[in-house]
Design a protein around this ligand. Sequence first.
Ligand SMILES: [Ca+2]
Length: 567
Amino acid sequence: MGRIPKGVFMKKVFLILFALFITVAGLSANGNNEKAASESTGNLNKTGFPLVNEPVTLIATAVQHPWSRDWNEMPMFQEYEELSGVKVEFEMIPQSDMKEKTNLMLASADYPDIAFIPGLAGKISEAAADGVVLPLNDLIDEWAPNIQKMFQEQEGTEAACTYPDGNIYGFMAFGNTSHHLRTFSQNYINIKWLENLGLDMPVTLDEFYNVLKAFKEQDPNGNGIKDEIPMAWWTAANGDINQWIWNFGPWGVVDEIMIEDGVARWGFTDEGFKEGTKYFKKLYSEGLMDMESISQTQNQLKAKAQNGDTIMLGLAPSLAPQFLFTDIDKIFYYDNSLGTLRYMKDLVINEKQEISILPPLQGPKGDRLWRENVGGNMINKDRAVIFNVNQYPELTTRWMDAWFDGSEMGQTMLLGAKDVRWFVDEETGHYMNIDPPEGMNKNEHRAQHCPGTGGFNVGYYNRYGELTKPPYPEHLMLEMQTEEYLKYVPEESWAGALMIPTIEETDFLNHYEEEMMTYVWEMMAKFICTDTNVDAEWDGFLAQLDRMKADEILEIKQAQYNRFVGK
Ligand SMILES: [Ca+2]
């Protein structure tokens, strides 16, 4: 399906916004703010479109996901420019350089008007304390009716964006589609191979080991060649390999910070963590785990995951299956005649299904745990900031606010433009996916049309809004998978996504925590992938953590947790 003519798009957007205008005008007529309706403040219009009478250009720095097109070339921004009278010139920085470029920008005091850099790459508290980025509270109160409405509709969203000093420093993103983000990742296992070899879904660590060995040695794809990759993992851009241990959970630790009876402790100083590294070392040394797991990115793993139509992996982690596998039909089965999902929940092996989740494995002491991302589905704070050099903070706030309509614009920012990536079904009034072009998966397609892939968008997408019932089958599938994992999360979990450190805490953590965590992941890689004997090195490892202020960092974490639970 081609794109609809720009005029039609504009008209639709205008109608939606006009409806909003009426709402705002109606509220004003009833309420206290009689002059709000269509007042202009110089060049800036208080409501409606265009935002300004004379064109304005803003300069924005934005992070570019590896799959993403340059935002300047995205039609959604070009169309919004025509609608709003505001041109935003994006200076793109590759995601891999985000930290370095942000540090450079801050050090050189060469600020753009806006930055779409999540959390300002860890520097937002510092920049706020220096007055370099603006507090947004008053701007939102006066110029962002949609954001205010979202705060009212979605409980807890405002608090989750508010720093201990009472200020909001970043525009946020909220999409209540993100149920799957309540866990950090899921493990996908090739059930076609299990079926071909007559194996059951593994439950214990020994069973899992035997399955991987069979994947390697018994030619489960039946081509007579030992070309299978039994298991492969990937490493986040920052070298973080923590999920290798946390995502299996049989050793009783599933997070850097474990909470029991309200008390925080480090997960990686636990005996269970040590046991985990030994198990992975066995897999690694016997070739059951892809040797490049330590160095490859998710994109590189993705390239290995499928050879034509054939899935080449026995097991891999991913936040959602489509991040690894192009053909989503292989992962779940949507029964059109029933209008429902037939899925792995009941572990029915359908001929179309090749991939299923692997439920948490059971450890030697009977542990089955999974890592919860508390609040991870809730809100993404600090996606974009306004710098103090910006001459048009009110206008910028209005520009941002339009993406918070909880409807078409919010959806466009997150998922891509209407009639390019989705259309409204005439019969039901619900939106439906448009298939990506041949050879591209949905997320790659999406990355051509909006900043949503990788999470660089701002805005409010309301999945339960008028447009969006019923939800995508993929969302239902992810919800079911997530529910399965959520059965195994600890009673209390660290809630990093919802905790906002004070500026003093941030200073300390920026300095020491990153250094310590880098050491932890380096040592973990050493324990698993080299001859280093973890038993022999363990005391030295703990002593070094002591020297790196592990206890003081943990005290800060405890204080954050206490604030979070209201102690
Ligand atoms: Ca083979």
